[in-house]
Ligand binder design. Structure first.
Ligand SMILES: [Zn+2]
Length: 178
């Protein structure tokens, strides 16, 4: 997905955005009403509300946010489309202040959204650690290096952030794999 696609999605009809988030398994489809153990239905709500839709249980009439139980529910006052744009900008390492200007939110709000994204990635890495090598005993060599090259003849753009590169090779295979 590029910026054109993300912008079109975030500015398009809210129903298209909700369907897309459901297809990507980012929000419930459908949300289940726990007391009744039944799928809830998406119903239109006050048009002034940020996302315009909510889940309603047809039995007990309980209501929930359309994004209940997801990352998006952490920010109920930020429109879904803006949150999708922020996820895209965050994935590109865009600065908090620039992102805030681009989507028309306060730096504080964007800072909270970015902090939540970092937290969720950290939690995911902790719960599903990457174990590229395991099992039998082999020699594994690890090293890291900071890429901060000076540009040649002062041309071109320098990287905004220092780039750390981490490499691992294993003698499990021949030739070694890294
Ligand atoms: Zn119910």
């Amino acid at each position: 997905m590029n910026l054109v696609d993300v912008t079109r999605l975030s500015n398009g009809p809210i129903t298209d955005l909700i369907s897309w988030l459901q297809r990507e398994k980012l929000i419930a489809n459908p949300l289940r009403c726990l007391p009744c153990n039944r799928g809830m239905v998406l119903a239109e709500r006050d048009a002034n509300h940020v996302d315009g839709y909510l889940w309603r249980c047809t039995v007990c009439r309980q209501r929930n946010l359309s994004c209940e139980g997801s990352f998006f529910a952490e920010f109920p006052r930020v429109p879904l489309g803006k949150l999708v744009l922020l996820i895209y900008l965050w994935s590109l390492h865009e600065l908090c202040s620039k992102s805030a200007d681009m989507v028309g939110l306060t730096r504080n709000t964007v800072g909270n959204v970015f902090a939540m994204l970092r937290y969720l990635c950290k939690r995911d890495l902790q719960s599903r650690p990457i174990t590229p090598f395991g099992g039998r005993v082999f020699v594994v060599k690890c090293d890291e290096s900071q890429f901060k090259h000076k540009s040649k003849y002062e041309r071109g753009q320098r990287a905004r952030d220092d780039v750390w590169v981490f490499g691992v090779i294993s003698t499990e295979y021949s030739p070694c794999r890294g």
